[in-house]
Write a protein that binds this ligand. Structure first.
Ligand SMILES: Nc1ncnc2c1ncn2[C@@H]1O[C@H](COP(=O)(O)OP(=O)(O)OP(=O)(O)O)[C@@H](O)[C@H]1O
Ligand code: SF4
Ligand SMILES: [Mg+2]
Length: 354
């Protein structure tokens, strides 16, 4: 397929307009065995995600360990190539762009990693680390790379004097700030932040989250924020997508999701979150999910959550519930959703007694 010039010069959407659209995104990692390395199966890490992200918003991806969040982030930033499906950024299909064609886009779409220790080269100075994107992308700066790096350090709350120091001289929170400075160097439009604060002390998590929020406002950034816990993203998300075993099981506005969760998995995740607010009418009992997440190599058929769901019926084991909009902007994939509006067809169908 050839790419036309107009496809190569995308327009930046206005705030609130779609910047990223994902359709049927799949990533299966083949499992190979034997001397011939024959494929004997696949890890179904991401298995059919469809969602969009609008410019300036924060969409959070939440779910337990192994449900495919990082793989999704790596697909969106094209550190991985999808097995199937489509990723469109600013109107341009980037799903299968080669490294050469991706290069200019690497400026626009960046990733912040979970581990502020592992993602910074210990042998490089802060100046070299934060300045690397300028050199890699051959970007000219007005007053030189050093000045640009020092400005970035100030922007993320570090001192320009930290330029010649090494990562080990900093605390975890400061290292994450260095990582954020590096990410911001080329003024990206979309940032995928993979559990940016989960490796940090609880006491400094809020500071880094606040920094990300301030930067979003200042630079009209769009975030896809990854977290395994609904409490971390409660205040920063505009919308939340809950993932389970490679699929989105619920996607809604933050307020709808936290106050009227429809998918039993979301309800269970929320019941584990300490809730200080008084808005929730009755105190919710903690729902303990049985067992671990099943293996994505051989996930349960139909509704993948049925092996752990307290509402599961026979139909859940044989018919996959599609992700459908049950209230405006509120999508859920469940045969027997909770908190559904009373006027939907699903609500009037026979409900199991719980
Ligand atoms: N390169 C790879 N090759 C094979 N399997 C992989 C690869 N990367 C990820 N996986 C598998 O895909 C599944 C999803 O992994 P992923 O890292 O995306 O989950 P996650 O939701 O980010 O989990 P966590 O909360 O632990 O970070 C896991 O079973 C993981 O072992
Ligand atoms: S479809 Fe069935 S098993 Fe799946 S979440 Fe809904 S009630 Fe539970
Ligand atoms: Mg992960």
């Amino acid at each position: 397929m050839t790419t036309t010039d107009s496809e190569l010069t995308p327009k930046t959407p206005k705030l609130g307009e779609e910047i990223l659209s994902v359709t049927g995104l799949v990533k299966h990692f083949p499992i190979r065995k034997g001397v011939l390395q024959r494929q004997v199966g696949a890890v179904q890490a991401v298995d059919g995600l469809t969602f969009n992200v609008t410019r300036g918003e924060t969409l959070s991806l939440v779910g337990e360990s192994g449900c495919g969040k990082t793989t999704t982030g790596r697909l969106l930033t094209r550190l991985e190539t999808p097995t199937d499906g489509k990723i469109v950024f600013e109107g341009r299909d980037i799903s299968h762009l080669g490294e050469g064609r991706m290069r200019p886009l690497r400026r626009d779409v960046q990733m912040i990693f979970q581990d502020p220790y592992g993602s910074l080269n210990p042998r490089h100075t802060v100046g070299k680390i934060v300045g690397a994107p300028f050199r890699l992308q051959h970007v000219k700066t007005e007053h030189g790379v050093k000045k640009a790096v020092q400005e970035l350090l100030e922007l993320v709350g570090l001192s320009p004097e930290h330029y010649n120091r090494y990562p080990h001289e900093f605390s975890g929170g400061q290292r994450q700030r260095i990582g954020i400075a590096r990410t911001l160097a080329l003024r990206p439009k979309l940032i995928v932040a993979d559990e940016p604060v989960s490796a940090l002390d609880v006491s400094i998590q809020a500071q880094v989250v606040n920094l990300l929020e301030d930067l979003q406002e200042e630079f009209d950034l769009t975030y896809v924020m990854i977290a395994h816990d609904l409490s971390v993203v409660r205040h920063v998300s505009d919308r939340v997508a809950v993932m389970y075993l490679g699929k989105i099981v619920e996607l809604a506005d933050r307020v709808d999701l936290y106050e009227k969760p429809m998918h039993p998995y979301t309800v269970a995740l929320l019941s584990a979150v300490p809730v200080p607010d008084t808005k929730r009418k009755k105190k919710q009992e903690r729902i303990r999910l049985q067992g671990d997440v099943p293996s994505p190599i051989n996930p349960p058929p139909a509704c993948r959550f049925h092996t752990r769901c307290w509402k599961a019926q026979d139909i859940c084991k044989s018919v996959e519930p599609p992700l459908v909009e049950l209230a405006p902007g509120h999508q859920t994939a469940c045969h027997f959703p909770e908190n559904q509006p009373t006027d939907t067809p699903a609500a009037t169908a026979d409900q199991p007694k719980s």
